[in-house]
Design a protein around this ligand. Structure first.
Ligand SMILES: Nc1ncnc2c1ncn2[C@@H]1O[C@H](COP(=O)(O)OP(=O)(O)O)[C@@H](O)[C@H]1O
Ligand SMILES: [Mg+2]
Length: 287
């Protein structure tokens, strides 16, 4: 897989307005005047209440939806140019919430092959890419199995393998862990972290679980169709009350630290559970 040049924007959204037509003549505006840049090689987590426009944003990122106003570009290609769409969809792979809806093959390897067949990849190259993608998601032992027998987490890893096999620069995951059990969530989270860190794939993950945003380079909080907060996780989650006031949760350790500080315990800002444990131990030693 191609190592990317970190820092350069790979997806840009400029002054985006998007509405859904509810009935003829009646539109609901979901995004208005939105601007965003996703840097190549970055790991971005998007949080936000239901209905804040996250899925709409995700679909704009690979041309599944087109803006009514403004321009979306992927690697410099405008998503509204029909002849660029193929290249854009190959560059930005999508993984959705329901693993069952994403299975198309009768065996795991057939499932991974599906997108490649559509790309017209030659058989030998296809074999290599399937093996490589299954290895990347640690599912090579399941190549011949029927996908519907797998666990939710394994099915999502197969869906991700199907995307990786296309050699995308970006993977957008729209609540890909929402239907998984804790084990499945851990599998998918560690996989996407690894793909970002080791393969240089840009990751945009939309999630309801604040813990999944802890390792991101950047957290974007959406509220009513616009960007409400945007910054590193440490900065975003330090605004605990502000997040809670718009109905969003913060990671467990951040919430616990917030309660303790409110009760008069002196603690520096923290993000991870280990940091909280360390700070509490220091306090215990002092007393
Ligand atoms: N296909 C659609 N037709 C009409 N309205 C839609 C459609 N999809 C989403 N919406 C509306 O657009 C708003 C944003 O939805 P969405 O982008 O799915 O938000 P999120 O993913 O943050 O929950 C919501 O009010 C939702 O009801
Ligand atoms: Mg959604």
């Amino acid at each position: 897989m191609v190592k990317s040049v970190k820092g350069k924007p790979i997806i840009t959204l400029q002054d985006i307005t998007f509405s859904y037509e509810i009935e003829p003549g009646w539109n609901e505006t979901v995004l208005q005047g939105m601007n965003m840049e996703i840097e190549q090689g970055s790991f971005v987590a998007i949080l936000g209440h239901n209905g804040s426009g996250k899925s709409t944003l995700a679909k704009l990122m690979n041309g599944l939806l087109l803006p009514h106003d403004g321009v979306v570009t992927v690697n410099g290609n405008d998503t509204s140019e029909q002849e660029r769409l193929y290249e854009i969809r190959r560059t930005v792979g999508m993984v959705f919430q329901n693993p069952d809806n994403q299975i198309v093959g009768t065996s795991v390897e057939e499932d991974v092959a599906f997108g490649l067949e559509n790309l017209g990849v030659e058989p030998t190259e296809m074999r290599n890419r399937i093996d490589e993608a299954l290895r990347a998601v640690h599912m090579e032992a399941y190549a011949k199995q029927e996908p519907h027998r797998l666990s939710g987490g394994q099915k999502q890893r197969i869906a991700i393998a199907g995307v990786i096999a296309m050699r995308p620069s970006v993977i957008v995951l729209d609540e890909a862990t929402a239907m998984l059990d804790p084990q499945g969530r851990r599998e998918v989270c560690s996989l996407i972290k690894r793909l970002n860190r080791d393969e240089g794939i840009t990751v945009v993950t939309i999630t309801h679980f604040p813990e999944e945003a802890l390792d991101a380079d950047r957290v974007i909080v959406m509220q009513r169709g616009s960007v409400y907060l945007d910054g590193p996780p440490r900065e975003i989650f330090s605004r605990t009350e502000e997040l809670q006031s718009i109905g969003l949760d913060v990671p467990h350790a951040v919430r616990l630290r917030h309660h303790l500080v409110r009760d008069g315990v002196e603690l520096p800002p923290i993000l991870h559970q280990e940091e909280l444990v360390e700070e509490l131990c220091k306090l215990l030693l002092k007393t």
